[in-house]
Design a protein around this ligand. Structure first.
Ligand code: PLP
Length: 406
């Protein structure tokens, strides 16, 4: 197990104050802070090693290309993909899911075909499917979570019909912290010839991911939550599905030859990476992956599980606070509302005065908020650098907010 004090020293921002108080950063579910190694890698890439990739025949272009392309192998190893050719770089999960929507689903699905979603999906895993509903008459089928926020994999499997073409499901809810048994869903889907896209934006940060063991077809991750730069990310596309992909965006890099009359596309994964990519962002993401694997994903998961247990005990002592998502198999992500009708935004403003950063609002999960019957929640989401002391500060700040609003 790593030394948490050392880990905290790796993140320079944790030394700063906010509103005159030491920063307690509990908004990593929105975006994670960056370790110094990532910041240094970005600086080094821009100051000494920058040029466009894949194009030049000069020293710097080759250097940048080598560094950029090395990340493909790192991401493949991080997700345990069978080959780095199954990794497509992008700006994050939103682009990854849109790549599947435009590049795989749109050319294949027809009116009446069905896509299954859980009610706790992020808008990034809802809106692209609404495009298909609006434009092609595809039907979206919703599967609810139970009162603890758990998702029964059998409920997803039972929703499959002969018309189902895709299940698009989160691996870990950004609001409830619920982990989803994706492996069971994938096994049943595979038997019925249904593809599974997994939104791994949150899960890949908090626990080891093995896409081959899960048996999914697509797995999307986002770099800025993985302690990497914003504007970086990747999607795993299983080799068999990769063969079925059509180009999504057109431009440079994704072609082999263009004439006035025709286009010959590049091989995948390049066919799905049009234009100048996030060169430095991706290089920074590679260093972030090294950082996480250096700590050990099992260790990160164990640290965060013990934080979760501590927070569950502490938060359950506040009988005027209702935590949304109480299933035991969850990550250290806590969304809550408070008695006394204080709006989530008001609570987060009070917490901010105490240096505690949380997110308030709908968290890009309109259907889940509808399901919960709530206009908004506050969310405290933890990461590798958080401690039980952070939880204590949160509890004190919540008590203050409750005193003010009750
Ligand atoms: N899916 C989930 C579960 C998320 O939490 C997020 C980000 O909050 C996304 C998708 C979208 O990620 P991005 O905005 O980085 O593309």
């Amino acid at each position: 197990m790593f030394d948490i004090a050392e880990v905290r020293r790796d993140f320079p921002i944790l030394n700063r104050e906010v509103n005159g108080k030491p920063l307690v950063y509990l908004d990593s579910g929105a975006s994670a802070q960056k370790p110094q190694v990532v910041i240094d890698a970005v600086t080094q890439a821009y100051s000494m090693e920058y040029a466009n990739v894949h194009r030049g025949l000069h020293y710097l272009s080759n250097l940048a290309t080598d560094k950029y392309e090395a990340v493909r192998g790192k991401m493949a190893a991080f997700l345990n993909a069978a080959s780095e050719d199954e990794i497509v770089f992008n700006t994050g999960t939103t682009e990854g899911i849109n790549t599947v929507a435009y590049g795989w689903a749109m050319p294949r699905l027809q009116a009446g075909d069905e896509i299954i979603l859980s009610v706790m999906e992020h808008h990034a895993n809802i809106v692209p499917w609404h495009f298909l509903r609006e434009r092609q008459g595809v039907v979206i089928k919703w599967v609810d979570v139970d009162s603890t926020g758990a998702l029964d994999p059998q409920a997803v499997i039972d929703a499959i019909t002969p018309k189902t073409k895709l299940i698009a499901i989160t691996h870990l809810s950004n609001v409830l912290g619920t982990k989803v048994d994706v492996k069971t869903i994938c096994a049943a889907a595979r038997e019925k010839g249904v593809a599974v896209l997994v939104d791994g934006s949150q899960a890949a940060v908090h626990m080891p991911v093995d896409v081959q063991d899960l048996g999914c077809d697509f797995y999307a991750v986002t770099g800025h939550k993985l302690y990497g730069p914003s504007g970086s990310g990747a999607i795993y596309i299983k080799a068999d599905r990769m063969k079925e992909m059509r180009p999504f965006m057109g431009g440079g890099d994704m072609i082999r030859e263009v004439t006035k009359d025709a286009v010959i596309y590049n091989d995948t994964p390049m066919m799905l990476e049009a234009g100048t990519p996030g060169i430095v962002q991706t290089i920074g993401l590679g260093v972030a992956l090294d950082y996480m694997t250096g700590l050990g994903m099992e260790n990160i998961a164990a640290h965060e599980d013990s934080l979760r247990d501590y927070a569950v005990t502490k938060l359950s002592g506040l009988n005027w606070l209702q935590v949304q998502g109480t299933t035991p198999d969850k990550a250290a992500i806590f969304s809550f509302v408070m008695d006394g009708a204080a709006h989530a935004h008001d609570i987060s403003t009070i917490l901010d005065k105490k240096g505690v950063a949380v997110r308030a609002g709908q968290h890009c999960t309109g259907p889940l908020m509808e399901h919960l019957g709530l206009p908004a929640t506050c969310r405290a989401s933890m990461a590798v650098y958080n401690t039980t002391a952070d939880v204590d500060v949160l509890i004190d700040a919540l008590e203050l907010a409750h005193d003010l609003f009750a």
